[in-house]
Design a protein. Structure first.
Length: 476
């Protein structure tokens, strides 16, 4: 045991230079310390000041039994590491640990939600074993074994009175290291603490420009151990929203106005499922020199189906003192339309998609930007159903099918007549009705080679005496 005491003294010396960051005291009298970054203990030690009085209360360390190394050399490739929790009498305090029972004083592996308090059994000794690279894997009586993530060590601090707390740990599969993440102590004497009975929200400040778009991200509230957030007060005009990750977004841009309310002082609450903490979140607005955002309203336009590429549909109307930039941000399926970024003129970009029978109406979301502000509106474009080519299909005309339609890159399509007795003439026409090519004496099935045609909308006309049938065909 003399060798062990020497090691404990060396760990105490090591721990003296360790800084612990991220402390916060909450109204529930739980003192919480966030070990940031998480501290991996492997062949060294880490000091914890549970009650935040400036004196370290305990040291968590890892060390080796040389005798185990020789006895069990075939079980490992390195020294046998034993993770120990050593308690030192700093500042008149003594730390004891929840044990696993059975006379073995191993620090218990506890789950979130477990209550630590007077009813627990605590070890009265100066250290408690977490496990070893032999026994913690093979012996189920050891509390910490295999890979452990986010489990808790229950502690009891005895100083002027008795206080209960926890330490949150990760423990590796080989039991050769453990990681300290954070810890807390209930400062009401003799009051039990629920593991993870702490959520912490930190005062945070953000700066954004006035009149942002709805949904714009303001920032994320600094927090720890929080599952849900809510804005308690200060959210004038319901200007902002917060999600369960603590991200604040603009909910109503009209309420985010510098001249009306240059600073929002929000009170934000974070809840862990066990308790709730609150903090001040300040959102400062930047004044944009009283610039007026662009004004744009929803508008409706019309255009003939199958209108050629380049056909001007109409011009989006928007007003502002500055030069505007136009763009479509949604609804322009397949880039059917193009918009002039300088003047808002909308034109046909892909006439093959202007098919009344397939999509009689388009709803574009158009954004205008004046260099500072963005504003959006819905531009509806209704297609006019055009009687293609002016060729009227006579009732009782010839039945036929085209496959594939639309036609792919090979520009070949099969025309099929399910019950054709006589031969027919097939004309390929453009949308003006002009005949481009003709196939005569067709009967049954025929592959039409349209490789000489560019992408666009065409029509197939079948003539049999007085019977005429017309179908649209699209070349991609």
């Amino acid at each position: 045991m003399s060798e062990l005491k020497k090691k404990l003294k060396s760990y105490a010396a090591l721990s003296a230079g360790i800084l612990i960051a991220g402390t916060k005291v909450v109204k529930s009298q739980i003192k919480y310390t966030d070990v940031n970054p998480d501290n991996k203990v492997r062949g060294n030690s880490f000091a914890l000041d549970l009650d935040q009085d400036g004196n370290n209360d305990m040291v968590m360390a890892q060390y080796y039994y040389q005798s185990y190394y020789y006895d069990y050399v075939t079980m490992t490739t390195t020294y046998f590491a034993h993770n120990k929790v050593e308690a030192f009498n700093y500042g008149g305090s003594t730390v004891q640990f929840v044990n696993t029972g059975g006379g073995n004083f191993y620090g218990a592996q506890l789950d979130s939600g477990t209550t630590v308090g007077p009813v627990n059994s605590f070890t009265p000794f100066s250290f408690a074993n977490l496990g070893s690279s032999t026994d913690s894997i093979s012996d189920p009586s050891y509390a910490w074994r295999d890979k452990v993530v986010d489990k808790y060590l229950g502690v009891r601090l005895i100083s002027t009175d008795t206080f209960y707390g926890w330490v949150r740990l990760d423990y590796d599969t080989a039991s050769t290291s453990f990681t300290i993440k954070d810890y807390a102590l209930e400062m009401t004497a003799k009051k039990p603490i629920v593991l993870r009975d702490a959520s912490f929200v930190y005062d945070t400040a953000f700066t954004i420009g006035e009149n942002p778009l709805n949904g714009a991200v303001v920032g994320t509230v600094k927090s720890k151990l929080v599952d849900t957030f809510r804005i308690v007060f200060g959210n004038t005009g319901n200007a902002f929203a917060i999600d369960n990750m603590g991200e604040i977004t603009v909910n109503d841009s009209s309420a985010v106005d510098f001249e009306t309310n240059p600073v929002f002082s929000l009170r934000v609450a974070g809840n862990s499922g066990f308790n709730e903490d609150t903090a001040n979140v300040t959102i400062n607005l930047t004044d944009f020199a009283d610039e007026i955002p662009p004004v744009i309203a929803n508008q409706t336009f019309t255009v003939n189906e199958n209108a050629p590429n380049g056909t001007i549909v109409d011009t989006v109307i928007a007003t502002d003192d500055s030069t505007l930039t136009y763009s479509t941000v949604a609804g322009n399926t397949g880039s059917t339309f193009a918009i002039d970024s300088n003047n808002g003129e909308i034109m046909v970009n892909d006439s093959t998609l202007l098919d009344f029978e397939t999509t009689p109406s388009f709803s574009l979301t158009v954004n205008v930007n004046d260099g500072t502000y963005d504003r959006q509106a819905t531009i509806t474009i209704n297609l006019i159903n055009v009687f293609e080519t002016g060729i009227k299909e006579i009732s009782g005309g010839i039945r036929f099918s085209l496959y594939p339609n639309p036609v792919g890159d090979d520009r070949k399509v099969q025309i099929s007549f399910p019950s054709l007795i006589s031969t027919v003439k097939v004309n390929i026409m453009d949308i003006s009705g002009k005949v481009i090519s003709t196939y005569k004496n067709i009967k049954g099935n025929k592959v039409l080679d349209l490789s000489g045609l560019t992408a666009g909308v065409y029509f197939v006309r079948v003539d049999e005496g007085i019977n005429v049938s017309v179908k649209k065909i699209i070349l991609k």
